[in-house]
Design a protein around this ligand. Sequence first.
Ligand code: G4P
Length: 177
Amino acid sequence: MEIKALIHCADFSAKKHKDQRRRDPEKTPYINHPIGVAHILTEEAGITDINVIQAALLHDTVEDTNTTIEEIKEEFGEEIAGIVDELSDDKNLPKAERKRLQIVHAPSASPKAKLVKLADKLYNLRDLQRTKPEGWTSERVEEYFIWAAKVIDGLRGTNKQMEASLDELFKARNISI
Ligand SMILES: Nc1nc2c(ncn2[C@@H]2O[C@H](COP(=O)(O)OP(=O)(O)O)[C@@H](OP(=O)(O)OP(=O)(O)O)[C@H]2O)c(=O)[nH]1
């Protein structure tokens, strides 16, 4: 049953992220982010593929908590684990290398991973428009936008609605796309 599967993911992700907060001045609970990414997919992007929505709810558990891909596989199966794996940066690499690899790997990501990535970037860029994370300078915000535009270049042709929303954000900041 689809509702059961979705709530399973939301519950798993909420437990894994329970001690994490976003970096905004309000210290929003981290779980707002994966739920918001899933919401962009269902509400704005018209996505009904449950595996994509489940992967969105889980997309930061491996990268940012003690969760392993094996655990995701056991709980949610191969396909969702595969998507989450594609969405997980290797935190053992230096940050500049992780950022570079996101640009390099974007074009060859699977269509499902591309959908979650577009929604993830859209959520984070909107968050950055709304408020600066603690300690971020305007230059760092600008650099994030420029880097995100490069990642998104490799994700194009995946979803008209999200790409149009992202293009609006870039246009508003005079970032050439
Ligand atoms: N805009 C915004 N971002 C926040 C906030 N709190 C946490 N983040 C996270 O910060 C990351 C972006 O910061 P960076 O400086 O580029 O990356 P890093 O610290 O994680 O290495 C994003 O995660 P990421 O998984 O690295 O995403 P991405 O870099 O792949 O887009 C984003 O989800 C917040 O309040 N606002």
